[in-house]
Design a binder for this molecule. Structure first.
Ligand SMILES: Cc1cc2nc3c(=O)[nH]c(=O)nc-3n(C[C@H](O)[C@H](O)[C@H](O)COP(=O)(O)OP(=O)(O)OC[C@H]3O[C@@H](n4cnc5c(N)ncnc54)[C@H](O)[C@@H]3O)c2cc1C
Length: 291
């Protein structure tokens, strides 16, 4: 079922996983997917490695989540490092396999510089990939957006204009980068609406797992750590178990407030660790009826 249609009927809960590095890791990730199935996710998604080495496992996981666990899936697809012919082959295969939803992304350049020349990339930006998919295949397309601006962007206005282009080119919903201050999300939604972006915007939530992990992720994606959270991270600098428990409480408050605000759904960055998300959803019992 198309996510666009799912959102029209319910407030969604979705989970994002990443593929293992080798075949032996497949069972572990599938177990995590299975363990969160009892929360009735409206869809699950599997990231796609722009670097190339794990792409095969992304596809396998998507197929297995759909076929074996009967879950609605959203396949991530990145355009850097792929020619149009390669993308065409992938998209045809996924269409044939009954995949309905794709989140179309540029991808992050691997740190080893493997793709820096962009030699094999037909499309340089997500908006190009979205146009290509929209014009040639039947998928429901989602795209990424950035409440605190994408780190490479010149300005918030510039970033928003490219987000708008993704929607004009065919994206039917947006999922945000992680953020730890809901006000950043609310301000972003206001800016987006004022620029005529009317599609559903799903906030992405990553519960803190450890102080180190949170600092690393936020610095990679350009997200801010608000001062109240920074103080808590300092307190649990060398105590990951307490940091994780604090992260659950922090995310509960974050999601509760987002839900009260009236978001159309919440997308959890699970990072293949089901503990925190289970605790959050056990505690919240979110009413998914549309308001
Ligand atoms: C929900 C979500 C899921 C993700 N999943 C994955 C994944 O599976 N695999 C992965 O590798 N990464 C993933 N990412 C990370 C993403 O690939 C990076 O954030 C990447 O740096 C940008 O991707 P994008 O699709 O937003 O790119 P773009 O929309 O192409 O934006 C990249 C930068 O270029 C600018 N820009 C956009 N269009 C133009 C244009 N036409 N001309 C000039 N500048 C432009 C933008 O403002 C921005 O600064 C995900 C991110 C999110 C939020």
């Amino acid at each position: 079922m198309r996510i666009h249609n799912i959102i029209a009927g319910t407030r969604t809960i979705s989970f994002e996983f990443f593929p293992p590095k080798d075949t032996s890791g497949m069972i572990g990730v599938l177990d995590k997917i299975k363990s969160l199935k009892s929360y009735s996710p409206d869809f699950v998604s599997i990231t796609y490695g722009a670097g190339g080495s794990t792409r095969r496992f992304s596809e396998e996981l998507i197929m297995q989540a759909k076929a074996e666990h009967d879950l609605e899936v959203m396949a991530h697809l990145t355009c850097i490092g792929h020619s149009a012919d390669e993308l065409d082959a992938i998209l045809r295969r996924w269409d044939k396999s009954g995949i309905d939803n794709i989140i179309a992304l540029r991808g992050d350049f691997p740190k080893d510089g493997f793709l820096n020349s962009n030699i094999n990339s037909t499309f340089q930006h997500a908006s190009d990939l979205i146009k290509f998919i929209d014009e040639n295949y039947p998928f429901c397309i989602g795209a990424a957006c950035y409440p605190e601006c994408h780190p490479e962007s010149i300005s918030i206005e510039d970033d928003l204009s490219f987000t708008k282009l993704k929607v004009e080119n065919g994206a039917e919903f947006l999922i945000t980068q992680l953020f730890y201050d809901n006000d950043d999300f609310y301000r972003f939604v206001e800016r987006a609406r004022s620029q005529g972006i009317t599609v559903p915007i799903i906030p992405g939530v990553l519960p803190v797992l450890s102080a180190k992990q949170t600092r690393r992720f936020t610095s990679l994606c350009g997200a801010r750590i608000p001062s109240n959270l920074a103080a808590k991270l300092n307190k649990y600098e060398n105590d990951d178990k307490s940091a994780r428990a604090m992260g659950v409480d922090y995310a509960i408050k974050q999601v509760e407030s987002l839900w009260d605000y009236g978001v159309c759904g919440v997308h959890f960055y699970v990072l293949n660790r089901s503990y925190s998300v289970s605790k959050i959803l056990d505690s919240l019992k979110l009413d998914r009826q549309l308001i």
